[in-house]
Design a protein around this ligand. Structure first.
Ligand code: ASP
Length: 244
């Protein structure tokens, strides 16, 4: 899971790691989280030097007594085995131009996006994780749903692993990832029923858009979104299926 998310963090085309969306001040502030289905979790927020925030989140989970660290210090990033970069490394020319367009035109749509992955092994163990630069023009210090366990990410062995993308404030207000899990675990809904009920109740009612990927304890996978588009891929036994 971390290898998949880490590759997307390195790819400047995605809103995570290098190529992330820029804050109002033109800087990058990255968020990431990981949760394993046995109930462990780690997350980081407002990261500006770690090349791979998802790997720092994993380190928080595995090597500290904490769940969420904001502005993790350089020593912790190095202890995680993650390269420290100059903050300029994350800022691409395309994102600079995009921010200029957004600042010049009040009506210009804000850009956002998150990269995420959910994995289930043959023993049914599940892990979910995600990484993002947030929303373009966001205020300094703004933290979205990505590092908030239960909002953007959730995993429970035997039930489901979920990784979300979309309007982070609504995903926090609606505890979206946990709400999908709860509808399945306590309400007996299928993952598809649960995800569409959660989107209707928590996102549509707020006028918010987004999507999620999920893998269930019994091996099914789901892509659900109320946004115009969402890209995802699914791989099992060496065969890969791409959803657009
Ligand atoms: N959920 C992310 C955030 O609010 C952005 C996105 O996924 O589109 O930071």
């Amino acid at each position: 899971m971390c290898a998949a998310v880490g590759a997307l963090e390195d790819d400047p085309l995605f809103n995570a790691g290098r190529g992330a969306a820029l804050t109002l001040q033109g800087t990058v502030e990255l968020d990431a989280s990981i949760m394993t289905g046995d109930g462990q979790a780690g997350a980081v927020a407002v990261v500006d030097r770690a090349r791979s925030p998802i790997r720092v989140a994993r380190h928080v989970m595995e090597a500290t007594p904490h769940v969420l660290l904001a502005s993790p210090d350089d020593a912790l990033v190095e202890a995680a085995g993650v390269e420290l970069m100059d903050p300029d490394y994350f800022v691409t020319e395309a994102r600079r131009r995009q921010l200029e367009r957004i600042l010049a035109d009040e009506e210009a749509p804000l850009t956002h996006g998150t990269v995420g992955a959910v994995a289930r092994d043959s023993a049914g163990r599940i892990v979910a994780g995600m990484s993002t630069g947030g929303i373009s023009k966001q205020l300094r210090g703004r933290i979205g749903d990505t590092p908030i366990i239960g909002a953007g990410t959730w995993a429970r062995d035997g039930v489901v692993g979920i990784s979300c993308t979309g309007d982070g404030e609504a995903f926090i207000q609606g505890a979206v990832a946990h709400d999908v899990f709860a509808r399945m675990a306590y309400g007996g809904q299928s993952v598809a029923e649960a995800a569409s009920s959660t989107f209707a109740a928590e996102c549509d009612t707020r006028g918010s858009t987004g999507g999620l990927i999920a893998a269930t304890g019994d091996g099914s996978v789901l892509l659900c979104h109320n946004s115009a588009m969402m890209l995802a891929a699914f791989s099992q036994d060496g065969e890969t299926v791409t959803w657009v």
